[in-house]
Design a protein around this ligand. Structure first.
Ligand SMILES: [Zn+2]
Length: 173
């Protein structure tokens, strides 16, 4: 195995409570969104973070393991077959968990590790908080998978401004 591959295997051995997970949890606490459960066994896929009352499940995906579409991590050059199979299993498991959660009425929020890096942390956290709050409000409750940061920045900005105007017209903050 290459040293890069070895490093990833080592990281996988402690895939719970990773740095991006801790970052996300700290941001939620700071926003006053406490009362979440970690790796809750009663929810399909044992989401990294979940709010059972709001029925919100948050997965903080490691870019390498879940094959991030944003930063597209390079494939290890050695043992290509092994990695391809491993990644295919991960993807299948993610899809199954998402489907089970949505079927059960959960809002699934996917946050990629690279979206939590310092320069992108703020907009990512803002979007996650918005979705968690929306899912817990009367206008929420639509079970679906939301990928944070999946839109280009300019489209997100437009969407947010539009949302702000709509909210303003209805006299909501
Ligand atoms: Zn990424």
């Amino acid at each position: 195995m290459t040293s890069e591959a070895t490093r990833h295997v080592m990281q996988a051995n402690k895939s719970k409570n990773t740095t991006p997970e801790l970052t996300m949890r700290a941001a939620l606490r700071e926003a006053g969104l406490t009362g979440y459960r970690l790796h809750w066994k009663k929810a399909p896929g044992h989401p990294d973070i979940c709010f059972p009352g709001r029925k919100v499940a948050i997965f903080v995906n490691g870019c390498f393991w879940h094959r991030c579409p944003h930063c597209c991590p390079t494939l290890p050059k050695t043992n290509a077959r092994f990695w391809e199979e491993k990644f295919a299993r991960n993807a299948a498991r993610d899809a199954r968990d998402d489907a089970l959660l949505v079927e059960g009425g959960w809002t699934v929020i996917v946050v990629w590790e690279c979206r939590l890096k310092k320069e992108r942390l703020e907009p990512t956290v803002r979007d996650v908080i918005l979705e968690v709050e929306r899912a817990g409000s009367s206008e929420g409750g639509v079970a679906r998978v939301i990928e944070i940061g999946s839109l280009p920045a300019w489209r997100l900005g437009l969407a947010r401004r539009r949302l702000g105007r709509r909210r303003g017209r209805r006299g909501r903050a």
